[in-house]
Design a protein around this ligand. Sequence first.
Ligand SMILES: [Zn+2]
Length: 171
Amino acid sequence: MKKKVFIGSLVLIFGVISLIYLKSFKPKEKGSFCPFCDEKVINYQKYFEDEFSIGLCSYKPLLKGHSLIIPKRHVERLEDLTDREMQNIFNLIKKTNLAVQKVLGNKSYIVIQKNGKEVGQSVFHAHFHYIPRVDNGSNFGFLTRFSAYPFKRKLNPNEMQDIKEMISQNI
Ligand SMILES: [Zn+2]
């Protein structure tokens, strides 16, 4: 009897740990905490702000200079943006590119924007990734970075401060 209780407890503990573990990987759904509406997140990562948009340094960059351009207004998807916001956001992507190019000397960059969890949108506040690429290594290496994104290292506060300053001083 005691053995059964012991095994039962182990199964229960394992179940609870698994649930907590799986929940931590679940994408944030509508109505939950939005990091791009959170003042703390904005202040920590922001390199530029204007009337409609904000430029943020990625806290887990795929490559140095990886930035996120977001509308100030909380909307989930591209089609929710007004024409004015779209224009403003694309202007900021161009400005970001010029600033990052001055700092890193990259000629190439990629812009990615996802709509819906089926294509991997994990934060449901519309955002555009700007990712510069400096070196001429293999494209395979570059592309595999995208699948390794969840395992990338977070910048520490000093690294975040440095990259923020470099971009904001050149924008
Ligand atoms: Zn938001």
